[in-house]
Design a protein around this ligand. Structure first.
Ligand code: ADP
Length: 348
C-alpha cells in the first residue's frame, strides 16, 4: 500500500550534507502494523516524516496505492497529509485548549464549520480512546497516557487510513505503554488502519507489530515477520536491540557447563508448542539428558514463545532432534559456545 523505492535523504547543516537515509526500499502492507526500529540517529524519524512528506526525499519515490506522492504539491499535498494521521512522542497538544478543542482542531483546519458535526465527531473519538469524561479538561490535568490518547484521537479526527506513530510510547511507563499499544492494535483491527510505528525498543515491536524493519546507519538492514526477526536476528544491529530488550542479557556463564556437556542446540517453541511438556518426554524416550544453558520465554503479540539453548548429553541425539522437529519445535545446531548475551530471562 505504501511503497518507498530508492529513497535517500541528506540534510544540509552548516553547509555540509548530513546523510540520514541511503537507498531505502520498503513496502508497508494495507492493514498491517509495521514497526521500524533502530537506535538513536539511525534515521527512523526521517523515514516516517517522508511518508507524509513533512520531509522531502533527496532521491527516490514514494507511492501510496497507485499515487506517486512525491509528485504532489499544494492542495493535493495537504489532502494527502489529512489522509495520514500522526502521533508524536511528546504529544504536541495545544495547552491552552481543552481536550475536546484539541481533537476538534484538525477538523476545523480541514474546513469543517458546523459545530454540531464537530461536537459529534469529537465525542465519538473521545469515546473510542476511553476519554469521554475528560473532554473539558486541559492537557496539564492529564496523565501521560491520557495525553497520548488525546493525541491518537486528534490523529484520527479526519478518518485517515494510515497512522504514523513516532516514538509514541517512549515517554510512557511500561504499563501505560502496554495500554496505548493495546489501543493501537484495537484501532488496527476495528478500523483496518495501517499503522507504522517507530521505536527504539524491541519490546514495543514484540508487543504490537506484525512485521518489523530494522534501520541502522540510514539503511534497512533486516526486515520480516516479528517472530522471525525477534527469535532469529541476523544483523548485529538487530541482535543489539534484542539484547537491550532483555535487560542487557548479561550472558549465562556456561563456560564450564558446556565444556563438559554434549553438542549445543537452540530450540525454538512458538505458539502452542511453548505450553506442551515435550522436552522431558522426548528426552526420556530417546535416553538423552539435557542441560539448559540459556533461554528466554514470553509472548510475541498474543503468541507464546520459548527459546532454549541446551546441551544434549548421551542417548540418541539424532532421534531426539527428529522427534523435537516432528513436534513442531525448531532445532538449530550451534557452534561450540553459547552465543554471547544469551541468558536466562523471563520476558512478560
Ligand atoms: P532517529 O529518529 O532514528 O533518531 P533521525 O531521523 O532523527 O534519526 O536522524 C537521522 C540523522 O539525520 C542523524 O544523523 C541526525 O543528526 C540527522 N538529522 C535529522 N534531522 C536533521 C535536520 N533537521 N538537520 C540536520 N540533520 C538532521
Amino acid at each position: 500500500m505504501i511503497r518507498l523505492t530508492g529513497i535517500s535523504k541528506h540534510y544540509v547543516a552548516a553547509g555540509r550534507a548530513v546523510p540520514a537515509l541511503e537507498d531505502v526500499d520498503l513496502e508497508i502492507r494495507a492493514g498491517e502494523i509495521l514497526g521500524i526500529i533502530g537506535s538513536s540517529g539511525a534515521g527512523k524519524s526521517t523515514l516516517v516524516r517522508l511518508i507524509n512528506l513533512l520531509e522531502r526525499p533527496s532521491g527516490g519515490e514514494i507511492f501510496i496505492g497507485e499515487e506517486r506522492t512525491t509528485a504532489l504539491t499544494g492542495r493535493d499535498l495537504r489532502n494527502l497529509r489529512r489522509r495520514i494521521g500522526m502521533v508524536f512522542q511528546h504529544f504536541n497538544l495545544l495547552n491552552a485548549r481543552t481536550v475536546a478543542a484539541n481533537v476538534a482542531f484538525p477538523l476545523q483546519l480541514a474546513g469543517e464549520r458546523d459545530r454540531k458535526v464537530i461536537a459529534a465527531r469529537v465525542a465519538q473519538l473521545l469515546e473510542r480512546v476511553g476519554l469521554a469524561d475528560q473532554a473539558d479538561k486541559y492537557p496539564r490535568q492529564l496523565s501521560g497516557g491520557q495525553k497520548q490518547r488525546v493525541g491518537i484521537a486528534r490523529a484520527l479526527a479526519c478518518s485517515p487510513r494510515i497512522l504514523l506513530c513516532d516514538e509514541a510510547t517512549s515517554a510512557l511507563d511500561p504499563q501505560t505503554t502496554r495500554s496505548v499499544l493495546d489501543l493501537l492494535q484495537e484501532l488496527n483491527r476495528e478500523l483496518g488502519l495501517t499503522i507504522v510505528l517507530i521505536t527504539h525498543e524491541m519490546d514495543v515491536i514484540r508487543q504490537s507489530c506484525d512485521r518489523v524493519a530494522v534501520i541502522d546507519g540510514g539503511r534497512i538492514v533486516e526486515e520480516g515477520p516479528v517472530s522471525r526477526v525477534f527469535l532469529h536476528p541476523s544483523h548485529p544491529a538487530t541482535l543489539r536491540l534484542v539484547r537491550e530488550a532483555e535487560h542487557g542479557g548479561g550472558g549465562a556463564d556456561t563456560g564450564q557447563a558446556h565444556g563438559r556437556a554434549g553438542p549445543l542446540f537452540r530450540l525454538t517453541f512458538l505458539g502452542e508448542t511453548a505450553h506442551r511438556p515435550v522436552l522431558g518426554r522426548i528426552a526420556a524416550e530417546t535416553g538423552i539428558d539435557y542441560a539448559i544453558l540459556a533461554g528466554r520465554v514470553g509472548h510475541i503479540r498474543q503468541t507464546p514463545y520459548a527459546q532454549l539453548t541446551v546441551a544434549l548429553v548421551g542417548g540418541n541425539v539424532a532421534a531426539a532432534i527428529g522427534r523435537l522437529t516432528t513436534a513442531g519445535i525448531e532445532v538449530e545446531r550451534l557452534g561450540g559456545q553459547v552465543p554471547a548475551g544469551e541468558a536466562l530471562h523471563a520476558v512478560a
